[in-house]
Design a binder for this molecule. Structure first.
Ligand SMILES: Cc1cc2nc3c(=O)[nH]c(=O)nc-3n(C[C@H](O)[C@H](O)[C@H](O)COP(=O)(O)OP(=O)(O)OC[C@H]3O[C@@H](n4cnc5c(N)ncnc54)[C@H](O)[C@@H]3O)c2cc1C
Length: 392
């Protein structure tokens, strides 16, 4: 366990803090550390929350080695300041006692489609500004990838219950198990008086390999498996295709759920996951094989091409983890809402989609990225929605 007070004392208080520069959401790290040292943990928590409403979560899941901690000047000679531990301690201590000041209710209705990091961020900001916010979420629980992708051992789901409660406390209405583009469409929301609509629907359509055998019963896609690993019976020997961050989560989850042999395969010699995620998967017991191109799935395993040879690898289950793209529920049911050839919603730099009044941010705009990037973009888009609604 890191002693966070000792950590704050090690901070050199750089005049130009590289840690802050390296953070995608520019967390005011020196100020936070100063406040903590001056026994002002609530003020430190408030500063963190106002800058990044998902601070508790980012403290756990950001790629700190490449961001704040990777840019700490101490990194050159010794161990960098472990700011993620400091941030987590402050935000976690502050979150439940925090009261979010709400401006006078303005009776303007806003609909938020999707309750991932982007949707939660926009909801918190607009509710605080006095808007009447309703979230529509396809799944039975709040959180998007935070709940249905990132495993419990990396991000305890209890944090999402705390966000759920906080949103209800500030008057946000949450409709779960409702997919917009199904029974209710975006035009129904405009009909019912929502002045603007935010789409933060993420990327939930797994990419396929497009090879023979992909529809067999022992083949699964990473995002489907991670949504409810306990419902799957993978057997002892699991093959994973892909070496991105999601693939590492699949490997570590499968090993924790009883798989005896878990091997990840890549076409090239490249691991696209963050180094730390790869190291943890290796530590947990996963194996890695490179230069193996999947050719065909059989009833008992999978055939790879390795150099000029074909090799049959036995497997009880095969999990395909080669990224994902957005579903097209919103674009096919909403006139004037356009997407790119990859299915991503087209927006300008401040989140306006091609249909006035509809805004978007997060993975559905930029493709599969990170929590902190979704939050950072959502902050900007909340502001443009506010400006738009003030004018009408
Ligand atoms: C396995 C995995 C692990 C990851 N690990 C990390 C990590 O450690 N650190 C990190 O920074 N990033 C990580 N990421 C990426 C990160 O989680 C995403 O970039 C982030 O969640 C994007 O947020 P979002 O709000 O745009 O979308 P999402 O989190 O995808 O949320 C979208 C929500 O919209 C809902 N929805 C979709 N369509 C509709 C509809 N029509 N009607 C109603 N609701 C709808 C979905 O059910 C979902 O709840 C990971 C991603 C995956 C897949």
């Amino acid at each position: 366990m890191i002693n966070i007070l000792q950590e704050t004392q090690r901070c050199l208080r750089c005049k130009a803090p590289f840690c802050q520069k390296g953070c995608p959401i520019s967390t005011p790290i020196p100020q936070v550390i100063d406040l903590l040292e001056n026994d002002s943990i609530d003020a430190a928590g408030e500063l963190l929350f106002n800058n990044n409403p998902l601070s508790i979560i980012c403290a756990l899941v950001c790629n700190h080695e490449q961001q704040c901690e990777g840019n700490c000047i101490l990194n050159k000679k010794q161990v960098p300041i472990q700011f993620s531990a400091i941030e987590n301690y402050i935000s976690d201590t502050y979150f439940d006692k925090m009261t979010i000041p709400i401006e006078q209710q303005n009776n303007k209705k806003v609909a938020i489609i999707g309750s991932g990091p982007a949707g939660i961020t926009i909801s918190l900001i607009l509710a605080k500004l006095g808007y009447n916010v309703t979230i529509f979420e396809s799944r039975s629980e709040l959180g998007g990838v935070l709940r249905y992708g990132i495993p419990e051992f990396r991000l305890p789901k209890s944090i999402l219950e705390r966000y759920h409660k906080k949103l209800l406390d500030i008057g946000v209405k949450i409709r779960l198990n409702v997919t917009i583009g199904g029974t209710l469409k975006i035009d129904d929301l405009f009909r019912d008086g929502y002045l603007s609509i935010f789409a933060g629907t993420g990327t939930w359509r797994a990419n396929s390999l497009g090879i023979e055998g992909e529809s067999f019963g022992h083949v699964h896609y990473a995002i489907d498996y991670l949504a409810s690993p306990e419902s799957f019976h993978l057997g002892d020997n699991v093959v994973i295709i892909g070496m991105g961050n999601a693939a590492m989560d699949v490997a570590r989850t499968a090993l924790r759920n009883g798989a005896k042999q878990v091997t990840l395969y890549a076409r090239s010699n490249k691991i696209s996951a963050n180094t730390i995620e790869y190291q943890k998967a290796k530590l947990d017991g996963a194996d890695f094989r490179f230069h193996m191109t999947p050719v065909k799935i059989t009833d008992t395993g999978i055939i790879f091409k390795e150099d000029a040879n074909e090799l049959h690898v036995q497997a009880d289950s095969i999990i395909i983890s080669v990224s994902q793209g957005p579903k097209d529920k919103l674009t096919t049911t909403t006139e004037g809402l356009n997407s790119s050839d990859k299915g991503l919603l087209i927006t300008d730099s401040i989140g306006n989609t091609t249909r006035p009044g509809i805004f978007a941010a997060g993975d559905v705009v930029h493709g599969a990225k990170t929590v902190v990037e979704a939050v950072n973009q959502a902050k900007l888009v909340a502001q443009s929605m506010h400006e738009y609604m003030q004018k009408i």
